[in-house]
Design a protein around this ligand. Structure first.
Ligand SMILES: C[S@@+](CC[C@H](N)C(=O)[O-])C[C@H]1O[C@@H](n2cnc3c(N)ncnc32)[C@H](O)[C@@H]1O
Length: 245
């Protein structure tokens, strides 16, 4: 992970207390909580997952996968302070997908938020085929990814396209989630054109920390970078909830 992202996630940890994290997060799975079947929860690329923090109070066993140790440590602290004794067994797995396979458990819920767009479609297909063999009838799967409507999809900046390997369409989801195995419960296609005040302020604090870290103190240069970061993007995302047949 590059240093600017590390600064972001540390700041995220400071600003988003567990209470704020859960309050500000859009959790489409909450309404299906009564339908969670027996079995552990898995999240791929969990970071400091609002879902894992919130659902840790269910007492379910959790498998949290991320390839950044510091993110897993921050998640552990969050779950310990949020659920305390109510938390189930927590497995923190520092694994790089797809170099390592997903653990051989049968999960009740699989979550991948802002994760699959780091893989080309063939990588996503490999991940979904692993999910098929690690879920059973009634398991729920939640996915959120950047859509083709995201401003980053339009950019000619090759660095961005190397970082985000795929921007998704509804058709991609139909291809990935074969209706032989999955029934679609929710499909949502959203574009956010204007950030909230809260997000803008977070972005400004992040930029300031990055400029300080890289010792960029020239006022004109700082101003130009702040202005660039203050430009609005179209943040296009697709979200799906599937139930395993
Ligand atoms: C954009 S963040 C999303 C974090 C979290 N799901 C959320 O929505 O807040 C992506 C996370 O995936 C992790 N990650 C990226 N590539 C990975 C890979 N190939 N295997 C495992 N984790 C990965 C990163 O360390 C990061 O914490």
């Amino acid at each position: 992970m590059d240093e600017t992202l590390r600064i972001y996630w540390k700041l995220y940890n400071e600003i988003f207390t567990n209470e704020i994290l859960i309050h500000k997060s859009h959790n489409l799975l909450r309404k299906f909580e009564e339908e969670f079947i027996e079995g552990p929860i898995l999240e791929l690329g969990c970071g400091q997952s609002n879902f894992l923090v919130e659902f840790s109070k269910t007492g379910k066993e959790i498998f949290a996968i991320d390839n950044e140790e510091f993110q897993l440590n921050l998640l552990k602290k969050r779950i310990e302070s949020y659920a305390g004794k109510d938390a189930g067994k927590l497995h923190l797995l520092n694994i790089t997908i797809p170099e390592k396979e997903i653990p051989q458990e049968i999960f009740s819920l699989v979550i991948a938020t802002d994760f699959l767009h780091f893989f080309p479609m063939r990588g996503c297909k490999n991940i979904i085929s692993q999910i098929i063999s690690r879920t059973q009838k009634g398991s729920l799967i939640y996915i959120k990814v950047h859509s083709k409507s995201h401003s980053y999809n339009d950019t000619s900046d090759t660095g961005i396209h190397e970082y985000y390997k795929h921007f998704f369409t509804e058709k991609d989801f139909t291809e990935l989630f074969d209706d032989k195995y999955f029934e679609r419960i929710i499909f949502s296609n959203t574009v956010q054109n204007i950030r909230s005040k809260f997000t803008r302020e977070m972005q400004t604090k992040w930029t300031k920390k990055v400029l300080d870290e890289y010792q960029i103190f020239d006022q004109l240069e700082r101003q130009a970078i702040f202005e660039e970061n203050n430009k609005e993007l179209n943040v296009g995302s697709l979200e799906c909830v599937y139930r395993r047949k």
